[in-house]
Write a new protein. Sequence first.
Length: 117
Amino acid sequence: MDKRQAVQQHLEKALDEIRVQIFDKAAARILALKDDEKVPATQLAEELAREIIQADGKPMTGPQVYPTLKIFLRGLPCFEITRGAHGGIKPLKQNADPVAQPAADADDGDRKTIVPQ
């Protein structure tokens, strides 16, 4: 196996680990939310981090997991993601008017709404 193949194989293994340990678990937790329930992204990151054990035997921390979780949350359909003390991830109401809710990137606004097309 040459270097390029070895690196590609390592990359695929790392991405699989991220998918299983962060993305799949985050999706399951988010999909389990009831219509009137929300979870702050920081809290979700903390929950996921506790399950990921590092090489030194200690669990990861929420701030370590949050940047990767944020990649998953960007563009997440059927959920509203708001920032701030009263923000969080919550299911869109079935009859929500997507025009009435301003969309903004998580880095430059208070609210981000993704509506399935």
